[in-house]
Design a protein. Sequence first.
Length: 165
Amino acid sequence: MLPPKHAPSAGLRAPYRAVAGTNTSSAFHCKYACEPPLGLATIPRMRKIVLLFAVLFLLPAVVFAAVDVSGKWNARVDLGGQGGTPTFVLKQDGEKLTGKYTGALGDADLTGTVKEKAISFDFEVQGAKVHYEGKVSDDAKTMEGTCDYGGQASGTFKATKAEEH
């Protein structure tokens, strides 16, 4: 007759279970071999470590990955009663942002950054430094935030990514 599962035998520690029909060394003083219970104990230690690192380091990288804002954006700018509808053509390389502004003030090259979902870019037109700062949506199809036209005017903007054909 087999001892009940997880029952300690002479020299065995619970919660090990005995396997019938095998004989172990005399150090255990029992006629049953011992094996660990099913569960995490059956996964080799190195696999546990690799799995732990994958969860701790790779998952956050995926969750907090920056969005890709490359492409043409159509914007609406509200400067407190005045406004416009500029377009931005953006190119993203990692966190670095370059591109072109086209609007009522002319055309200008722009530079900026994208960190996770935060976007910031600057350009200069007609002698004024212009600064845009905002947040990009999770699907990277819209963005909104604030803009400052060299201290002469400030307001808000909303932009939508143009459909690619």
